[in-house]
Design a protein around this ligand. Structure first.
Ligand SMILES: C[S@@+](CC[C@H](N)C(=O)[O-])C[C@H]1O[C@@H](n2cnc3c(N)ncnc32)[C@H](O)[C@@H]1O
Length: 336
């Protein structure tokens, strides 16, 4: 079993949250709560969401503010990379100022990196501590995450790791290699190339992707399976393929709405990916990556190799019914 964690808390649901997740709601409540003439907070429906936070309708304003400030401090503490502590590569990549302040327009990225690091922290027990582990970030782009993984695992936690970032963009890869050299991150390298054709290594322990577009995620997952990578962490985006394929008489009244068809197709894509990984011997979870309010690209596929392959009959039947055949199916099962 993969280790239980804060990431697990939100599996398959937005509302199974404990205190750390509820704290996001507290920010909203702070904005919506009204102080009455007697200085107490007016009760409203949103207060139901404060269960377990120590906030209540009967609190006076001062106690309420103090509790909120405390929750807010706790929330800040949770980040692996903290605001206010300058991290040189984040400064060079334009996410932080030299003083360690997160650049406002880069806050979502900062939050995503930190969240991803939490997922990585959770899967560490699945890696072999007695040797150098190889990690690949497919579709690394400007490589905020790739640098952050190396910094967190090697510089802060002293793990022996090799990290490779791969992307189609030549200029961005050149920039990342310059930065890696500047910071003397000797086991962090960036390569220019297409995921589909990448053959640079024989063995990989963990494959990560963050918003690798459309079927690029499928090629990354297929590579991970081929290598028998122990861990896969993948946050997909732009899942357009199934949207062009899906046909189903029963669902046609709903599928006529383009927006819904697109969203259902994206969800189906990731569900099918999860099942294909199960069929390839991976225990797979679909988790919430980050709150919807920050990005709609908020699904994390977390897969840990266990060897036992799930039966694919039900998945095949569903795909047939919906007339869909995603790239990952072709790569892992075959086209026929
Ligand atoms: C939305 S960006 C995400 C970049 C980065 N992971 C991040 O989260 O900041 C997607 C990246 O995937 C890269 N990409 C898309 N298809 C690819 C492929 N087939 N092979 C390698 N990189 C690819 C793009 O060049 C782009 O940099």
């Amino acid at each position: 079993m993969p280790a239980k964690s804060h990431a697990d808390v939100k599996e398959n649901s937005l509302e199974k949250s404990g205190q750390s997740q509820s704290s996001h709601e507290n920010g909203k409540m702070q904005r919506s709560a009204k102080i009455q003439g007697n200085g107490k907070l007016q009760s409203n429906a949103k207060q139901q969401k404060n269960a377990g936070t120590g906030l209540s309708a009967g609190m006076d304003a001062a106690a309420f503010s103090e509790r909120l400030a405390s929750l807010s401090r706790n929330r800040t503490k949770k980040y692996v990379l903290q605001e206010g502590v300058p991290v040189p590569f984040l400064v060079d990549l334009g996410v932080m100022t030299a003083e360690g302040k997160v650049v406002k327009s880069r806050y979502d990225k900062f939050r995503q990196i930190n969240r991803f690091l939490e997922f990585i922290e959770d899967v560490l027990p699945n890696l072999d501590p007695n040797r150098t582990n190889t990690i690949i970030d497919f579709g690394c782009g400007k490589s905020y995450l790739t640098f952050a993984m190396y910094y967190y695992l090697h510089v802060l936690k002293k793990y022996s790791i090799r990290v490779i970032g791969l992307d189609l963009k030549k200029d961005v890869i050149a920039l990342c290699n310059r930065l890696s050299k500047k910071f003397e991150f000797e086991n962090l390298t960036f390569l220019h190339g297409d995921i589909a054709g990448y053959e640079g290594v024989d063995q990989v322990d963990m494959v990560v992707t963050l918003h690798a577009c459309d079927t690029a995620t499928d090629y990354a997952l297929a590579k991970a399976v081929k290598w028998g990578a122990k861990v896969i962490l993948s946050v997909p985006c732009c899942q357009h393929e199934i949207n062009k394929q899906i046909q189903n008489d029963l669902l046609s009244p709903v599928l006529q709405y383009g927006l819904l068809k697109e969203r259902m197709s994206a969800l189906l894509t990731d569900g099918i990916r999860g099942q294909l990984l199960e069929m390839s011997g991976y225990r797979t979870q679909i988790l919430e990556f980050i709150d919807m309010e920050h990005t709609p690209k908020n699904i994390m596929i977390r897969a840990i190799r266990q060897g036992k392959k799930a039966d694919g009959a039900a998945l095949e039947a569903m795909m047939k019914e919906l007339h869909v055949k995603p790239t990952l199916y072709g790569l892992l099962v075959g086209d026929e």
